[in-house]
Design a protein around this ligand. Structure first.
Ligand SMILES: C[S@@+](CC[C@H](N)C(=O)[O-])C[C@H]1O[C@@H](n2cnc3c(N)ncnc32)[C@H](O)[C@@H]1O
Length: 289
């Protein structure tokens, strides 16, 4: 209803929220990247951080650059995608994979693993090392996907700051590593480069969990610290994607801050190690034969 002065009442939305909404809309209309179902509070935080990092006065300037500046899309995606990771992050999860999941994977003649949201590749190299040490790597294919092309490129190269090596070496041992992490990289000045033989069974590919479909038949899907950025309906859509990708009895491993509990698709999965968020696709559910 109009106010007494005949003017329409301003909606109860802050200018910042309007700008963020327009930015998200521009990303979709101009470039096809749909962030509309990401959790709003954390998305807004990242858009504002991007505006700050780009030294723009407001988010509308980001929108203008997104619409008109070739090359700004990758800057925006890098800012919004949070490609933060580490090798053997949450080592007890890798230990649980080694002890509870690998013995089952060993029964398959060919093992397919989908690592979704692989960021700069730290988890991929971690998995490859554990599979190598378990004698399973030669019959494994890892599909490592992310929608951040710059992150994927870095993942392919496997070059990381040397200052990370100490923490990652401790993680590796806590994950049940059998040697020393230094056996798997060479150090040069302030960088380490992971042995490129480790990615001989890895396909790094651009895949967007919001818009793309299932593309492989997986025995294990590892997707950690990605769903936390999604709204509940998008989390559920993504879980359905993983379910449709998994073979019957296949495993799903989520991040320790993520849970299946709320999701309609949860009933398809049974916990293998609830604390470490490892689940198995139930034999009654839809999975591939
Ligand atoms: C915090 S990192 C997690 C990295 C790693 N999985 C880990 O737990 O250490 C989140 C990753 O999810 C990716 N991501 C976010 N939304 C995505 C989407 N719609 N499709 C594919 N990847 C996405 C980001 O680009 C980022 O690399």
């Amino acid at each position: 209803m109009n106010s007494p002065a005949g003017k329409a009442k301003a909606p109860d939305t802050s200018l910042e929220d309007i700008e963020v909404e327009l930015f998200v809309r521009a990303l979709k209309l101009r470039h096809g990247y749909d962030f509309s179902q990401y959790a709003p509070a954390s998305l807004k935080r990242r858009v504002l951080q991007l505006a700050h990092a780009q030294d723009t006065g407001n988010v509308s300037e980001l929108t203008t650059r997104l619409l008109h500046e070739p090359g700004f899309l990758s800057v925006a995606l890098e800012g919004l995608s949070v490609p933060v990771s580490e090798m053997f992050r949450d080592p007890d999860v890798f230990l649980a994979l080694r002890e509870q999941v690998f013995p089952v994977l060993a029964s398959y003649p060919q093992i397919n693993i989908w690592q979704a949201g692989c960021a700069h590749g730290q988890e991929v190299y971690s998995l490859a090392i554990l599979l190598e040490e378990a004698g399973l790597y030669e019959r494994t294919q890892i599909y490592a996907t992310d929608f951040n092309e710059a992150a994927l490129q870095q993942a392919r190269e496997g070059i990381y700051p040397a200052r990370e090596a100490q923490l990652w070496s401790r993680n590796y041992l806590a994950a049940g590593g059998r040697h020393t992490l230094a056996d798997y990289y060479s150090a040069r000045y302030e960088f380490i480069k992971l042995d490129q033989r480790l990615n001989r069974h890895v396909i790094f590919a651009n895949h967007n969990l919001v818009t793309d479909e299932v593309f492989c038949e997986a025995h294990l899907v590892l997707c950690r610290n990605v769903l936390i950025y999604f709204s509940d309906p998008l989390q559920d859509r993504t879980l359905a994607l993983f379910r449709d990708s998994l073979v019957r009895g296949g495993f799903l491993c989520l991040g320790t801050r993520e849970s299946l509990d709320f999701a309609p698709s949860a009933s398809d999965f049974a916990p293998v190690d609830a604390a470490r968020r490892i689940y198995r696709l139930g034999s009654r559910s839809a999975g591939r034969d």
